[in-house]
Design a protein around this ligand. Structure first.
Ligand code: ZN
Length: 484
């Protein structure tokens, strides 16, 4: 006991001595020396995996699944060029695979398996370019702290990338032994925490974004060590994890990674976000934008309006509500239907709930909506009516085919109009080229429609293509299911 006390006193004294001896300028110099970067690190390739947690992107909201993305990034920071290839998998075997690049003339992306954009090519905006150029800064420790220690004032693009020493406050934590560099600007405070022994970055805390990023599992790379496990917490909850697999120095980005391959065609035009309302059948209207990112159907029955699809924010829903109020001033939105409870399909429901509409969904989706964190404060406003397999509302018949994308996911059949409305069962790009991959959920959908002889002239997808013709579905299934 006596020795234990002596030990405690001694260790307390030691910390006091260290803290007293702590010299901010010396600590800064030590870290700066540790993080001095060779010019070779301006050009590298990085392969990594990332995963995002999401109950409301899982097959079943009760089991949190992680969406995983595999990526290869090539960065040329000296010339502001990049290439990124990413492949993400979603429930039901949906695979979204894109290649993005910036060469010295242009910045573009294209869809590898053609599920979303087909053979069309999209121009990247300035924000997209900054996003890709900044990817390394978000996930590679030595780039994350580059601005703190760099001697260069501006980058090739002329952006300031050095924070002056006078803007930094440096402190020492007696308990953890961490050294913290604080950068305060207006209302934002960013704390960079470094391990006092290894001098490696251990975490970054950004108070205005409410994010905490942890850098762990340092491993040997070219020129220096780097953290291979990165976890991003938002408001205290784990939001995203990165596993950095291989970092290699390169001389330049490969030529073939700086161009669109043969077979790709027209450029996707930037289109307006203005909503339009078009009559597509008796008592049936399509509300969409020119790019048709999200398609909503409206079925008019007497004085009631029934809405199909409630994407992706209150703002988008409110725009639809405002449009319907001006087009149908004497009618009332009675119901709003959602195909399944994935976050991008339900995030706009609150605007309808506040408007007094009752939500139509299968029982599993209703339960999932009730647990959606965004609705926690207002859930008492939500009214639900459960739809069952083959139940009907106005001109719509609901079908629940069973599938692997989302439990309970349903489709709508308008028998008189010969129109099917679906979300995340079938994706055909706008240019009607046939994707090189077919998800399991799509196979289930096509088999179901055939087996139950749902005769249709048009399929309206919730995402993008809102006029999918039977001939295209036939060609798609002939290619991947051997069905004619
Ligand atoms: Zn979905």
């Amino acid at each position: 006991m006596k020795y234990l006390l002596t030990g405690l006193v001694l260790s307390t004294m030691l910390i006091t001595v260290q803290a007293k001896d702590f010299n901010a300028d010396n600590a800064y110099k030590k870290l700066q020396k540790h993080y001095v970067l060779s010019d070779k690190l301006n050009k590298f390739s990085l392969s990594y995996n990332s995963s995002r947690s999401g109950k409301h992107q899982s097959y079943d909201y009760n089991t949190t699944k992680y969406t995983t993305t595999t990526s290869l990034l090539e960065l040329d920071l000296s010339n502001e060029l990049f290439y990124q290839h990413s492949r993400s998998e979603y429930p039901g075997e949906f695979v979204f695979e894109f290649k993005h690049f910036k060469n010295d003339k242009t910045a573009l992306d294209y869809d590898v398996n053609g599920v979303i954009n087909g053979k069309r090519v999209a121009k990247l905006s300035d924000e997209d370019v900054s996003h890709f150029m900044g990817l390394g800064t978000n996930i590679i420790d030595f780039l994350a702290v580059k601005a703190l220690f760099s001697n260069t004032i501006t980058s090739a693009a002329g952006k300031a990338n050095k924070i002056p020493r006078s803007d930094l406050a440096i402190s020492y934590n007696e308990i953890s032994g961490d050294i913290t560099i604080r950068h305060q600007q207006d209302k934002s405070t960013i704390d960079y925490n470094f391990n006092g022994n290894s001098l490696n970055l251990s975490s970054i805390h950004n108070n205005s974004k409410a994010t905490h990023t942890v850098f762990e599992q340092y491993k040997r790379g070219p020129e220096r060590e780097f953290a291979s496990a990165i976890s991003i917490y938002k408001k205290g909850k784990l939001a995203q994890q990165f596993n950095l697999k291989e970092l290699k120095l390169i001389d330049k980005i490969e030529q073939q990674h700086q161009q669109v391959p043969m077979g790709y065609g027209s450029l996707i035009e930037k289109s307006s976000q203005e909503l339009s309302l078009t009559k597509i059948a008796t008592n049936l209207y399509l509300v969409t934008t020119a790019s048709a990112g999200r398609n909503v159907l409206v079925n008019v029955q007497g004085n009631d309006l029934i809405i199909f699809g409630a994407p992706i924010s209150d703002l988008k829903s409110q725009k639809t509500i405002t449009l319907l109020e001006s087009e149908f001033p004497r009618k009332k939105i009675k119901y709003v239907y959602v195909t399944h409870a994935h976050s991008d399909h339900i995030r706009g429901l609150r605007a309808y709930a506040k408007h007094g509409a009752t939500i139509l969904a299968d029982i599993h989706s209703i339960e999932a909506i009730k647990t959606f964190p965004l609705f926690e404060q207002d859930i008492a406003l939500f009214k639900f009516n459960e739809i069952k397999h083959l139940s009907t509302v106005a001109d719509a018949t609901f079908h629940i085919p069973g599938n692997s994308h989302a439990k309970g996911q349903s489709i709508v059949y308008f028998a008189d109009a010969k129109i099917i409305y679906e979300g995340d069962f079938l994706e055909i790009p706008f240019d009607n080229t046939i994707p090189s991959q077919m998800p399991m959920a799509t196979k289930t959908f096509i088999k179901y429609v055939r087996k139950h002889k749902l005769e249709y002239a048009r399929i309206v997808g919730h995402h993008r293509n809102n006029d999918i013709k039977p001939a295209i579905v036939k060609a798609y299934s002939a290619k991947h299911m051997g069905m004619m």
